[in-house]
Every structure is written in structure tokens, then in C-alpha cells.
Write a protein that binds this ligand. Sequence first.
Ligand code: EPZ
Length: 416
Amino acid sequence: MDKLQIVGGKRLNGDIPISGAKNAALPILCAGLLTGGDLALSNVPRLHDVRTMLRLLEQTGLKVTQDDENVVLNGAAINTLVAPYELVKTMRASILVLGPMLARFGEAKVSLPGGCAIGSRPVDQHIKGLRAMGADITIEGGYIHAKAARLKGARIYTDMITVTGTENLLMAATLADGETVLENAAREPEVTDLANMLVAMGAKIDGIGTDRLVIQGVDSLHGTEHAVISDRIEAATFLCAVAATGGDIRITRTRTDIFDVAIDKLREMGVLLTVEGDSIRARMDGRPHPVSFRTTEYPGFPTDMQAQFMAVNTIASGPSRVTETIFENRFMHVQELNRLGAQISTEGNTAFIKGIDRLVGAPVMATDLRASASLVIAGLAAEGTTLVDRIYHLDRGYDRMEAKLSAVGADIIRIK
Ligand code: EPZ
């Protein structure tokens, strides 16, 4: 199992290019199931989860040709309507094949994703929505068996705001018969990126970017070209890194209009941020100020940035409080950060962080994707050497993080 060895205390200086967004790329790849035409994608991030999704799609018969960050999908010769457990169990986002497969072929057999480290993460809303559209869905043997001669438009109100739930139902609705209204829809920029691409494929969608999506079903969709939106979570992760270490970096190939809340909080921490086109320059000197926040759905504070900001709070000049409202178990980085000397206590879904003046390096273990990012940030700031184990979690969502960080002065190497 690979590890990252980090010798902390180095300021970061230089440019960091941001890759395409994992959470946009994954649903966008599944949209390849909706058409027999060529879906030509660019800015597709080189991530483990993307490779898993491409494998899952290829085993259905969908053609994949890939050249680095450019991927062309063609769904003309799909002959298997199954998403098998051995692939789905490694990546929950596999559930995103259900809607498009059912909408185009009238049938799908998708393994239930099972839980993951950060929470039970059921898919009941995905199933509720597809049933509302007339699908006959049974669950047996750990699989979702779905059938529908042709999905019918419906008005669907999800019990909570669900990102992949919205994406699954949105993709299904594009080929349903009639009008579908998704109330309480997720408004994350990655949902918007998918919706914009579906429109370019011939889908009829109103309300993009709002919590009410209205879709008029069409008989078929054609291919298109699309560049995946920049990853706002990766961008914020590197901005948290410089907030913790100090320095002067520029993150490039980013969007600056899709993570305002994080930018405000970074400024509150004392980071000097200046937006220059598709780049953000971040300068930081001295100790960060503490910032308290509670995670909520977009456009609120993103749960995917919670662990990274908490890592910076551990060395802030005062106490802070972090409340996690989206997932029931997303504090697994707390115990690991405390191994580095942080002083964090939790009560239910709230963590209380006492800012201390320095962390001390130690061996720690990654437990989930964003927790591993927070351990890297803490290691960059800690005195001495930190060894982060189980970084396969990190590789799921970050494209060569250690290369991007060492290019700006971090002392970080991957140990096989
Ligand atoms: C997406 O997960 C992201 N993944 C997650 O990013 C992100 O943390 C999450 O949205 C919240 O923003 C992708 O987009 C691939 P949800 P998703 O459905 O769609 C409950 C990362 O680090 N719920 O919005 O699975 C659920 O348990 C990952 O990149 C139901 O109860 O999240 C959770 O408590 C981690 N039933 C809440 O809703 C359902 O049918 C929000 O989940 C669906 C969801």
C-alpha cells in the first residue's frame, strides 16, 4: 500500500494547475449511455474513480477511447445492462448508470452500492424517483432490478437534497415520455455542468442552477463535445494547504465563481486572495485565524471541504467549531489529526477545535478521500515527518497531489 512521506514546515510558492472535477466527470461519463453518438470529453481528471467508471461503462459494451484527459464515449453497441458488485462496491457513484441505462434501454441491473466510511449513504431517493417515473424496481440478491417499457415524466420531490439522486433522475428524465419536474433538486456546480452538457446533447431542461429542474423528455439524444468543469474541491484543498503552511501560490485553470463560501472563509482565515481570470493568487503569512462553519448543500459550505478547513483550524490562533450536517460520520480525520497533536473534541456532529501553535509529525492513516487530504495539509504544516498510510483513498479524488505540491516547494514523496 502506497504511503506519502511529508517533511513539514516548507512554505509553498508557485503555480498549481487544477484538474477537471471528479464529481462532474463521473455523472458526465454515465451520460454516454444515453446516446449512440460520440460524446467527446476534455479535461477529464486522471483519477482512480474515473478509471473505475470507465471500466464499468466498457463492460456494458460502451466504446471508450482515451488520450490522457480527452475521452470519447460511444454507446451505439451497448449489450450488457448490468453494473456488477465487484465494481460498484469500490465506488458508490456507480449508481449513476441506473437512470441513463433504464431511460435508454428500459432495463438495468445495478448492484446496491453499500455504505462507505462516511455514512450509510442509501439510494432510496434514486429508487423513489424512478418508481414515480413508472419503473418497476425490485431489490434482491443485493441488486437493483429495474424495468420500464418507457419512463413517464413525473413530478418528483426528493426527501432531502441529493446530488447523485438529482443527477440520476435528471438523466432518466431526458428520455422519458412527457414532463418531469425535480423539486428540491441539488444545485451543485457539477449538477449544472451535467445539465448544460445534456442540453448540448439535445435534452430540454429548464431551471438549470436552481432547485427546480423541469425536463421535457425527447426520443433520443445525440453526441456533443464538452469540457468538464474545474474541480472546486481540489482548488479549495490547495488553498487550505497554503493557509496552513504560508507562502504565495497561484492556482490556475480554475473557476472562481463556484466556491464563494470557501473563498470568504479563507479570507477570514487571513489568506490574501486575488482573482486573476481563471487563476486565484493566494498569499499567507503568520498563523491562520480560526473559522467556524456548518456544512450545508450548495451554495452553502461544502461538506467535501470540511476536513481540509478543519486541518487549518488545528493551528489557528483561537478556538473554532465545525458542524457536519450532510453525513453522519464524517469526522474520522479528527482522531488522526489528534495524533499530530491537534486538540479536537467532538459532540455528535459538531467538532470543537482548540487552535495550537504547532503540530508534530507522526504516522497517520487515511480513512476516506477528503480525510486523507486533510492529513496531507496537516503534515505540510507539522514539524518533522508525517507518514500518511492508505493513500489509495487520496488517489480516488486527487490527480497526483504529491507532484503538484512538490512542484511548489513541499517536501512530499510517495513511498511504494
Ligand atoms: C455526492 O455524493 C458527492 N459524490 C460527494 O462527494 C458529496 O460529499 C455529496 O454529494 C454531498 O455534496 C459525487 O458527486 C460522486 P448525496 P452523494 O446524495 O450524491 C442522503 C467526495 O468526497 N441520501 O447528496 O452520494 C445521504 O446519505 C464525495 O467527492 C439519502 O438518504 O451525496 C447523505 O446524508 C464524498 N438517500 C445526504 O442525503 C438517497 O437516496 C446527501 O447525499 C440519497 C442521499
